[in-house]
Design a protein around this ligand. Sequence first.
Ligand SMILES: N[C@@H](CCC(=O)N[C@@H](CS)C(=O)NCC(=O)O)C(=O)O
Length: 203
Amino acid sequence: MKLYASPASSFARKIRVMLIEKNVRHDLEMVNLSAPGELRKVNPIGKVPALDLGDGRVLINSPLIAYYIESRFPDPPLIPADPDLHFEARCREAIADGVMDAVTASLHEMRFHVEEKRSTAWLERQRGKAEAGFAALENVLGDRAWSVGEAMSLADIAVACHITYITLRGPQFFPQDRYPNLTRLWKKMEARDSMRRTTPPRG
Ligand SMILES: N[C@@H](CCC(=O)N[C@@H](CS)C(=O)NCC(=O)O)C(=O)O
């Protein structure tokens, strides 16, 4: 099994963290996303993560890959088996991923357009999504230890991986004093071995 990732990708980091937490043996290929060459052969969309199962099948899109890993390697559970908690965890993952998509769209607009050519309406729309997403995650977390149930789950991993990336590349999208519950969870997550071993580069 080979995982295609890139050092900075928080979507790929979700999967790397899961594999480490579950102690799943795998090969890791770091891709330069500016020259995705080989990646395009396994994922026509050219995005990481992609998981090559080694039997001709390749899975793409982190929620699908996460679900596959959980199904194949259920211990320790990172997506709860209980149906209500299962979908709650995956819904939180989807909100965290959606925040990350909105922040990425904003960062691209700012990177690829000089100021006078940027769409303020587009930037505002993305900012609104990021703010609403973080607010929803903050409120449902409250003062509880974990996002869903009584143990760490994929929801916590997704939230933490994306907050780290956003804090490095667009800290204005995550003012820590506005989101004290998420900040507490994020810092706790970052102290884990699986998170330390997958820390993205600063540059
Ligand atoms: N929805 C996808 C998003 C993956 C994604 O956006 N990956 C980025 C890196 S964080 C990427 O590969 N970008 C390269 C490109 O779009 O060409 C997932 O959850 O896996």
